[in-house]
Design a binder for this molecule. Sequence first.
Ligand code: ATP
Length: 352
Amino acid sequence: MKQASVAITLRRCAKTFDHGQRALRPVDLSVAAGETVVLLGPSGCGKTTMLRLIAGLERPDPGGTVLFDGEDVTQQPIESRQVGMVFQSYALFPNMTVRGNIGYGLRIRRLPAAEITRRVDELLDLMRLREFAERAVNRLSGGQRQRVALARALAPRPRVLLLDEPLTALDAQLRETLRVEMNSLLRQLGITTVYVTHDQAEAMALGDRIVVMSAGRIEQAGTPREIYYSPASLAVARFIGTLNRLAGEVRDGRFHCAGCAAPIALPRRLPPGGAMWFRPEDARIVPHAEANLVGRVLQAVFLGDRTRLTVGEIGDAPVLVDVPGRADLAPSGSIGLAIAPDAWLCLPEDAA
Ligand code: ATP
């Protein structure tokens, strides 16, 4: 089941609410046809507002334009934009059956009964809901309801799918399963999708691209790998994954710090007042002779797939190091750590 989908462009779209509440500063964003873009950021940063501008539930401030496949839809209401939406609350009809809920939008549009049955059956199969077709929605689990909400949004064959924290109401384990399901479903459908979340793991799992937002601004837009390995700012780096800050100083073009086995060659120019950063999984335990850093293991916490070490006597505060696999590590004497040259991040200190 392939959907016809459109490219979305936002040009200089800002949104100011009554009483001067500035939810969105002027932003530019392009979403290619069939692409899944995830809007990621802390509560109140403007994600939902951007989604509502795309849906046609809000109008941008004067000067902002929303385009679908190059056509200006800024003044078009939601009904004529052909978008499908799913919210955190699902907004299903609780007493209506699964079949009734999925077909609802099609009955409103007065499609022939045979066509409604055909499309609903197709979605029941796609969402693995066939056995629940005649069951009332209020007798389903959270994960099943979520799939009904998605099927209902897809039934009218929208050109764009807009999802606002659709997994938030579910428990952690179910979210993880549905994240993977959703990933394959969106790829199968090939529908242009904008997905709002504040959960970085969800963003990484689902986005062809992630747009990291903060305070009504786009901080960075890029593939999950770009955002993770080349964050544009400390705010982005901190929002995605865990980081260790290494306090020290630059002398003769090299970085010196407590615990440095030898001065570290700077991979990039260090911004004024900046520090060197690395991620816990980018440090490897090596013999002292090969180490960049030497410290002392203060704590070792077994997490199943890895062990997280807290290592002291490096920089000015303990750093975290993740050791994958079955290694049985315990707080002990000194250890050597190697960090690949391209794994260092040189980031400014501010924005933290
Ligand atoms: P969350 O993750 O909590 O849903 P968000 O990133 O989606 O947050 P928005 O809902 O877009 O954020 O809100 C951005 C800002 O605009 C917030 O400060 C919010 O209080 C404000 N805001 C949103 N809608 C309105 C409105 N209708 N009237 C006034 N202010 C609003």
